[in-house]
Design a protein around this ligand. Structure first.
Ligand SMILES: C[S@@+](CC[C@H](N)C(=O)[O-])C[C@H]1O[C@@H](n2cnc3c(N)ncnc32)[C@H](O)[C@@H]1O
Length: 282
């Protein structure tokens, strides 16, 4: 069978099973089996696939269609800020909203030499991307999940930042380090009563520890803000990614902890998704 035929078969099957991105997903699966980027692969649609390749294709398409397994977990990879990241079920799949956070920080701190802390590093997507932009900077990445730290380390090696990041298995609650110029966090921020309403591909596959933010979704957010007060340098910056609709509450917590908001960034749907703030010094 040719790639053209397989793309048609896969897309129809995914569409029937309510996968919205049916064409892209099929093309990604097929190009990955062929070992090429999707863009290169699509140049020639007459490629002949062997029976073994077709079996792999059928298996991955079924997992996507029937179990709703996310593409990033099926292919064990995801692109973020032009970095190719290894991904498995131990880590949250990096989201485009988080690239907005990286973009804002890269612009704000252009050419600066910073010592940063990434709280809840997951795949390492934030700190790796930032250190690629800020070549003179270095940092510490912490996570409560050992599985995540293993992936993050691997990703920093692949993306040439390993020598500038120290990885530590720790909760923010127990973390005491030196003082930082920048603390970044995209903490778990879904309220636990809302977890059941998430899409199947998130609810059944992504790690609960990366999603569950406690009763109101802000348990870890509070801990990060509270701890940042103690471990930020004077004029240091705390950069947070927040959930949709959480701005008012997070803003209040920041104020209570003597933070002053400096930058607010909205996502593609015009929701406030990132807050950069600094400590008030009297
Ligand atoms: C929403 S994910 C973010 C992952 C990654 N930074 C990203 O943006 O894709 C949150 C991460 O925080 C970690 N985490 C949860 N509670 C934590 C805590 N108390 N201290 C440190 N990390 C925590 C989780 O294991 C998970 O990797």
């Amino acid at each position: 069978m040719t790639s053209d035929e397989l793309i048609k078969i896969g897309s129809v099957f995914l569409k029937k099973n309510n996968i919205k991105s049916y064409t892209i997903d099929t093309e990604l699966i097929l190009s990955n089996i062929f070992g090429q980027s999707r863009e290169k692969f699509l140049v020639n649609l007459d490629i002949k696939f062997s029976q073994a390749q077709i079996d792999t294709f059928n298996n991955l398409i079924s997992r996507r269609a029937l179990s709703k397994e996310p593409i990033a977990y099926l292919l064990n990879k995801k692109e973020f800020w032009s970095n190719k990241l290894n991904i498995d079920k131990g880590v949250l799949i990096p989201r485009p909203e988080t690239e907005i956070l990286v973009e804002g920080l890269a612009k704000y701190f252009k050419n600066r030499q910073l010592f940063m802390l990434d709280v809840g590093t997951g795949s390492g997507c934030i700190i790796i991307s930032l250190l690629q932009e800020l070549k003179k900077s270095r940092g510490i990445a912490i996570d409560v999940s050992n599985k995540a730290l293993k992936i993050a380390k691997k990703n920093s090696k692949i993306n040439n930042t390993f020598d500038r990041i120290k990885f530590i298995n720790s909760s923010i609650c127990n973390f005491y380090g030196s003082k930082f110029d920048l603390i970044i966090s995209n903490p778990p921020y879904i309220a636990n009563h809302q977890l059941k309403n998430l899409e199947d591909d998130i609810k059944f596959f992504e790690p609960k520890i990366a999603l569950d933010g406690g009763n109101d979704g802000l348990d870890v957010m509070r801990k990060v803000i509270y701890k940042s007060r103690k471990i930020l340098k004077i004029n240091g910056m705390l950069a947070l990614e927040i959930g949709n609709g959480q701005y008012k509450k997070v803003s209040q917590i920041l104020k209570l902890n003597k933070f002053r908001e400096k930058v607010i960034i909205r996502d593609y749907k015009d929701n406030i998704r990132c807050i950069f703030s600094m400590l008030n010094h009297y």
